[in-house]
Design a protein around this ligand. Structure first.
Ligand code: G4P
Length: 528
């Protein structure tokens, strides 16, 4: 219980959205409120622009930016907030999924014009696996968006998430007049602002107050009264427990670029968002208040420059106090390691940190000792669960172009897959190496890095698979027979677990129904 005070002042979260919904803009406003930056435009968008999908300089430049902004730490109202950045580009979605295992809550940004988009759905699925508490920010209210009731219904239905409006908008687009804060019972009139200023707030405890008509005009005031009656009738008070259990998501309406609606969301976040919580491990529930240090690696960032082969492993502290230069137990390798230069990220006063507590993220310089999911402790042997790997979406055979460099190629592909850049499968019976990624961009990155960092020339041959499923069965013989009969579609993952590579949904469903004794899993977590 030594570090209770430190734990209680920390909130670690991520902002997720479909690209272009306004994540970068909102991040910047939060940093302005936190005093971490002084001017708008200080946070560079880390998204890889759509037109630059195969431009390596662009990828490298963006990667440079994204390390610096990977974790943004700022203080607000005596709380220490760790905001973990997630890549916007779809091809790097795996990185985002893993970052979500390191946060305690998320803010989901939805574009009021476009509503729920493809990436939002996937990201929410990952949040749901861990019951991550979600706050929704409906952005771009200054544009003509969807009808607010329809939008809420769409979000609830598409994301299977119960919503609880905390503010209610008055019109949208050119007619956007502001929001009524249902919790504070006050009216905030819309005005564009790029600074962290107090908004123009008018207390309206009773909606029949004629001041409402004076401020909004009779028609809009009447509409607001009608809307609020309806909304309050349906939703009542927000239950914090339901929010913390990931069952209900508070919703705010605003316009990030105009810095409108951001402050009330941040204030609510500070009030209700979870502090670091206890976590499940392979052997027991790890109490966040335990004195002994523990943490896990959720992301590895490699340097694309061949002159600097160092990598940064991102570690989330889960309990105790992490100290510079102290030896810790690397559970998988069963060896003691220490770090003389643990790295802190944007907005901390210095680059090297002396210590860190539960909820914090530390960058550890790594020369190849880490892979995703690795655990560090003060001696105990366990690993954290809930760090799943999902099926890739594109599969290609790795073809060695230079037999003299086979060793280099194997080393390179092994290290790159440890970093989580891609997944490696080896076909049963044969020796075919299959690389699976979420996006085309990663294949280019891998090819480039194999050549430049390991001196290995490789090519990719497209394979007709669409999904990988991890297989388990109580009947070992049945599983072995299945893998033998389906040799063309069977492989093992890097840890030796059997995987079925399905050509199409139809094939997959057929195999599932023909083989009731075998379980098909859509993430690798089952093996932990
Ligand atoms: P992302 O990180 O989620 O991909 O989105 P980002 O913040 O980069 O925002 C995407 C675009 O939407 C940006 O415009 C941004 O200015 C705009 N935007 C963000 N919030 C609002 C809002 O509340 N209202 C309106 N109308 N626009 C908003 P851009 O033209 O793509 O880039 P930029 O040149 O303005 O930076």
């Amino acid at each position: 219980m030594k570090y209770q005070k430190e734990i209680e002042r920390r909130k670690t979260f991520a902002i997720i959205s479909h690209p272009d919904a306004g994540k970068t803009t909102l991040t910047e406003k939060l940093l302005l409120f936190g005093g971490a930056i002084q001017t708008a435009g200080a946070v560079k968008s880390n998204k890889i622009k759509k037109h630059a999908t195969s431009d390596f300089m662009e990828i490298e430049r963006q990667r440079g930016i994204s390390v610096a902004t990977s974790v943004m730490t700022f203080e607000y109202k005596d709380m220490l907030i760790n905001l973990l950045d997630t890549p916007g580009h779809k091809d790097f979605a795996e990185d985002t999924y893993r970052t979500l295992t390191a946060v305690d809550s998320v803010i989901l940004v939805i574009d009021s014009v476009n509503g729920v988009e493809a990436q939002t759905r996937r990201l929410m699925e990952v949040c749901r696996m861990r019951d991550t508490p979600v706050i929704v920010f409906i952005n771009k209210m200054d544009r003509d968006g969807k009808n607010r009731f329809d939008l809420l219904e769409e979000i609830e239905k598409e994301l299977k998430l119960s919503l609880h409006p905390m503010t209610w908008p008055i019109n949208s687009g050119k007619d956007f007049k502001g929001v009524y804060d249902l919790h504070e019972k006050s009216l905030r009139l819309f005005a564009a602002s790029t600074k962290a200023e107090e908004e123009d707030t008018i207390a309206i405890n009773d909606l029949s107050d004629p001041l409402l008509d004076a401020k909004l005009g009779e028609r809009d005031a009447a509409q607001l009264r009608e809307d609020v009656e309806l909304v309050e009738g349906v939703h009542g008070e927000l239950s914090n427990d339901d929010y913390l259990a990931g069952k209900v998501a508070p919703v705010f309406f605003g316009s990030a670029v105009n810095n409108f609606g951001v402050k009330e969301m941040l204030d609510t976040f500070i009030r209700i968002a979870p502090i670091p919580r206890s976590r499940e491990t392979s052997v027991r529930l790890l109490d966040v208040e335990e004195d002994a240090f523990s943490g896990f690696i959720f992301k590895i960032h490699a340097n694309l420059d061949p002159k600097h082969r160092d990598r940064i492993a991102f570690m989330r502290v889960c309990s105790g106090r992490f100290e510079r230069n102290k030896y810790y137990h690397h559970v998988r390798l069963d060896k003691d390691v220490r770090f003389s230069n643990p790295y802190s990220f944007l907005a901390r006063s210095k680059d090297v940190i002396e210590d860190a507590y539960a909820g914090d993220v530390v960058g550890l310089f790594d020369t190849g000792n880490f892979k995703i999911g690795d655990t560090l402790t003060e001696g105990e042997n366990f690993y954290f669960v809930g760090i799943p790997t999902f099926s890739p979406e594109i599969f290609k055979e790795l073809v060695n172009k230079d037999p003299m460099k086979t060793k280099q190629l194997e080393k390179g592909i092994s290290q790159l897959t440890d970093e989580g850049v891609a997944q490696l499968f080896t076909q049963f019976g044969g020796n075919k190496k299959i690389i699976g990624c979420v996006g085309e961009l990663q294949f280019e990155v891998i090819q480039y890095r194999l050549l430049h960092e390991y001196g290995a020339a490789a090519e990719f041959r497209t394979l007709p698979y669409y999904k990988a499923c991890w297989l388990t069965s109580k009947d070992e013989k049945k599983l072995a027979d299945f893998l033998r009969f389906k040799q063309q579609n069977s492989a093992e993952d890097k840890d030796g677990h059997p995987v079925y590579l399905a050509q199409s949904e139809w094939f997959l469903n057929t195999e599932i129904s023909n083989n009731p004794e075998i379980e098909f899993h859509f993430s690798s977590e089952v093996h932990k």
